[in-house]
Design a protein around this ligand. Structure first.
Ligand SMILES: [Fe+2]
Length: 305
């Protein structure tokens, strides 16, 4: 599994280690967070551009040192492409080193998955995760998992339309991007059955792009120093609007989103038996009961084994 699982004490340690006061790197507005967190996307600001670790020379060195974390492909891809296979679908016919040496010349898109696995970057990533946990703690439950991604892209590069199975803060560090985000609760964009299937056990299915819904997106033009919060499973599409861009996403799950995930899984199973379950999010007590049923079933299976 990609990313880092966090038990109770690890989550507490990350929260306690978060920088405070002027040392904070993220500025997550309390009033905006209270009004919109996990309901609607909203802007935040940050000062990650001051950190040399996130400048291209250091990132280039990271890409060379940790080639195992790096994926490269053509930047311009179809918005409807399947994100899970976009690296195989749009290869660059040059070596990874040639792309790292000059991504602009190759109109490339580089993805560094889990830079936290590199010991130079781990403290920085953990401090960002800690700051997010601190800024959202009045509204959110304990973090159970996080995963970080660094995107290095060139003019007109596209991250195709997709949904992630987590929450996210996307932070723009260099260059500019358009981020289109759709309401994950809008049935015209994703039906309840599609949401259930997205979160089903082992599912690689994601609801596909609907051109007719293009006008329903909220667009965020991100400049360096800006970022945007993505609600849980919110569909999104990202386009690089400058010649070169660096951005970083901190994605995470919490005990609350684990409950939602379990409820979607129960619903998906019910649908395969021909039932029409109550959509997740309509009745928190019902969602919690479904999550408890899954947890009890797992414990029983463990006991029987
Ligand atoms: Fe994403």
């Amino acid at each position: 599994m990609l990313g880092e699982l966090l038990n109770r004490s690890q989550a507490r340690k990350i929260l306690a280690g978060a920088p405070a006061g002027k040392a904070r790197q993220l500025k997550i507005d309390g009033a905006l967070t209270a009004a919109h967190y996990d309901r609607q996307p909203y802007r935040i600001t940050h000062r990650l551009g001051e950190n040399p670790l996130l400048h291209w020379p250091a990132l280039q060195a990271l890409c060379r040192r940790r080639g195992d974390l790096v994926g490269v492909r053509r930047g311009e891809v179809r918005v409807e492409s399947d994100i899970s296979h976009s690296f195989e679908e749009y290869p660059l016919n040059v070596s990874q080193e040639e792309v790292i040496a000059d991504p602009i010349a190759h109109r490339a898109y580089l993805l560094v998955t889990n830079p936290e696995r590199d010991e130079t970057y781990r403290p920085l990533i953990e401090s960002l995760v800690g700051e997010i946990a601190q800024a959202t703690r009045a509204l959110e439950s304990r973090m159970t998992w996080y995963s970080c991604y660094i995107f290095i892209s060139t003019q007109s590069a596209i991250t195709p339309y997709h949904q992630d199975r987590e929450l996210n803060y996307l932070l723009q560090i260099e260059g500019t991007k358009h981020v289109d985000l759709w309401d994950p609760r809008d049935d015209a964009i994703m039906t309840p059955a599609e949401r259930d299937e997205l979160l089903a056990y082992g599912s690689s299915q994601r609801p596909s792009y609907r051109p007719a819904c293009e006008g329903r997106a909220q667009r965020f033009d991100l400049e360096p120093g800006q970022g945007v919060h993505h609600p849980f499973i919110a569909p999104h599409l990202v386009t690089t609007s400058s010649g070169f861009s660096i951005s970083l996403a901190v994605t995470y799950r919490t005990t609350r989103t684990e409950v939602l995930t379990s409820a979607h899984r129960v619903n998906h199973r019910m649908r395969t038996h021909g039932w029409i379950p109550r959509p997740v999010g309509q009745a928190p007590l019902v969602d919690r009961s479904k999550a408890m049923a899954i947890s009890a079933w797992r414990q029983l299976r463990r006991f029987v084994k």
